[in-house]
Design a protein around this ligand. Sequence first.
Ligand code: ZN
Length: 137
Amino acid sequence: MKPTHIEHIGVAVKSIDEARKFYEEVLGLTCYSVEEIAEQKVKTAFFMVGQTKIELLEATSLESPVAKFIENKGQGIHHIAFAVTGLENWLTTTEGKGVQLIDKTPRCGAEGLDIAFLHPKSTGGVLIELCEDKNKK
Ligand code: ZN
């Protein structure tokens, strides 16, 4: 059981409109999707790089976890997302290894993926997202 690849890297930004200029004008990437996820109080913008994406995250509310992250740490890398198959099984197994889960069951994330977060306390300080694209099967 291991992840197939890095699905995306989440980057917390104050403003997607400002931050996307670097990815578009300097790196030459194309933003292919902007999506608001009301449940998580974030707006996201996605850029494809090979099979990995960059996900820019902008808070849509002061209560958003992304707003709190920026308040504490400033803008920067917010999480790393690994693509897995069998997400439920991953969560059970991971918890069995003593890892603290933020999501005990998968929830719906951006792009219709099933996602779940692992607590940075258990991962050496990095917020880890596991995600599964069930539409791919
Ligand atoms: Zn993510």
